[in-house]
Design a protein around this ligand. Structure first.
Ligand code: G4P
Length: 472
């Protein structure tokens, strides 16, 4: 592969996550992006998969039982000549540490807001993290098919509550029952949509110029007049779309739509592909390492085990930052410094896996390993590169754990060590406790439930808890 081809591969990567408050519509939008990306034929399969997980994996049963998404999923698909890497972020607040780690691995985010509710607490927190990292943020005002807050007020809220400038790229025509379409303010085109049964297929779409007389015949005056007036107000404000300000995280491009009916989703995807950030440099010491740097480098942002009973092993997720990743390449072990071969790299699509031969900056590679690389570790062929992307969070909940009975002590220790390596929990030495008792710290209570679940249901152990842990 020539240098020019490699640069082209880098330039066509878009690696992002969707952030939102639970229930704002992240799963639905993910699915619709896949539908428009051609990665699935019929919408419904991602949610169906999520809902049927208990039958395929007992690990997923925890998610179902608690109605949350614990395990992060990676989705990769091609769209508009680009390779889209979409990282799912866990929705529950106790997993904020995990979410933070995922956000270190992306180059942009799409923030989904429920247009009936405006900015909710969790969105605000996730936004703050993105802002600290200077990540470009695209905003999708979702659920416009339901009675929504006033669109101008929603824009105002972005500026007032989040302190970010907002540039509406699309503007809704009507809302709730009257939601008919969106106006693309950059291309001066009105997209009128039709609903399809349960939004399973792409929404049929007519495109019109703003002054097209036929619009007035199709759209009742009570919907048309306020829309036209708002469009004039926005045009009169005279703001231009400042791509540099978007890249700097100072302005968020805003798209209106409805994930469930597919309205406005394709425009979001089209503009995201066009303006979403390409792979960005990561910092080693004080030096930014550009993705075009010839040496391979990446860092571990997640370690996960036992996601699927068909693959009872451990997956180490690596964000490729520079150079080219090639199957079976040798890097330095980040702990011992010894050479280590990166075998069994996997490309992931939800729970499915496929072997990967080559990956470029922006890509996420899942390494199937027996020995875990620690979270935050740099994998590279150039020992002078060392990333420090992932901070440790202070635990807020503590509990002692021990194995009831002496049987299976080795499995208990191994199981616990694995969870520590995955970064689910942290362990502390305690002077007043015996060898059989370990003090665990977690960012939230839910992580203790995950520990319990993994040790008890997946490994058949009988852990006992004492201390501050409130749930059993
Ligand atoms: P999340 O991942 O952010 O938690 O949200 P999710 O997509 O699971 O959506 C939460 C609920 O909001 C779901 O309803 C979903 O159908 C609904 N929803 C998502 N997008 C839209 C939209 O654009 N318009 C409307 N009207 N609803 C939307 P649910 O009742 O919890 O589930 P279900 O019965 O629909 O499966």
């Amino acid at each position: 592969m020539t240098e020019a081809q490699r640069k082209q591969e880098i330039a066509r990567r878009r690696t992002f996550a969707i952030i939102s408050h639970p229930d704002a519509g992240k799963t639905t939008l993910t699915e619709k992006l896949l539908l428009y990306g051609g990665a699935i034929q019929l919408a419904g399969s991602v949610r169906a998969r999520r809902d049927s997980r208990a039958t395929t994996s007992d690990w997923m049963a925890l998610e179902k039982q608690r109605g949350i998404s614990v395990s992060s999923t990676l989705l990769q698909f091609d769209y508009g000549g680009c390779v889209i890497n979409l990282l799912d972020t866990p929705g529950h607040k106790d997993f904020s540490e995990d979410t933070y780690r995922v956000l270190t691995a992306v180059d942009s985010v799409i923030m989904v807001i429920d247009a009936a509710k405006g900015i909710e607490e969790r969105t605000r927190k996730l936004f703050e993290i993105c802002r600290l990292r200077g990540i470009p943020i695209f905003t999708f005002m979702n659920k416009m098919d339901r009675p929504a807050l006033n669109s101008l007020a929603l824009l105002d809220e972005l500026e007032r509550v989040l302190g970010i400038g907002a540039f509406p790229v699309t503007w809704p025509l009507g809302s709730g029952e009257d939601f008919r379409g969106v106006y693309d303010r950059l291309r001066h085109e009105l997209h009128l949509f039709e609903r399809t049964a349960r939004g399973q297929h792409r929404a049929p779409n007519q495109v019109r110029g703003i002054d097209d007389e036929s619009i007035r015949k199709q759209i009742p005056e009570r919907i048309y007049a306020p829309w036209r007036e708002e469009v004039e107000i926005l045009t009169g404000a005279g703001e231009t779309f400042d791509v540099a300000a978007v890249m700097a995280g100072q302005i968020t491009p805003v798209f209106f739509g409805s994930g469930i009916t597919n309205f406005g989703v394709q425009l979001l995807l089209d503009y995201f592909v066009r303006y979403g950030a390409t792979p960005q440099p990561r910092i080693s010491g004080d030096t930014p390492i550009p993705p075009e740097h010839p040496d391979f480098s990446g860092f571990v942002f997640k370690v996960q085990a036992n996601m699927n009973p068909r693959h009872r092993d451990r997956l180490t997720f690596v964000r490729v930052c520079s150079g080219t990743f090639v199957k079976d390449m040798i890097v330095n072990d980040p702990v011992s410094g010894d050479p280590v071969r990166l075998s069994y790299p996997q490309k992931l699509f939800a729970q499915e896996r496929e072997s990967v031969e080559i990956a470029f900056p922006g890509d996420i590679v899942g390494l199937v390993t027996h020995k875990a690389f620690p979270i935050g570790a740099t994998l590279t062929s150039n020992p002078s590169i060392r990333y420090d992307e992932i901070p440790r969070f202070s635990p807020e909940a503590f509990a002692y754990i021990r194995n009831s009975g002496t049987a299976k002590y080795k499995q208990f220790r191994e199981g616990l060590d694995q969870l520590l390596q995955e970064g689910v929990i942290q362990s502390f030495s305690s002077l007043d406790a015996g060898r059989a008792t370990t003090l665990l710290g977690a960012v939230g209570q839910l992580q203790f439930d995950v520990v319990m679940y993994r040790l008890h249901w997946c490994a058949g152990l009988a852990p006992a808890w004492t201390g501050a842990r409130s749930r059993t």
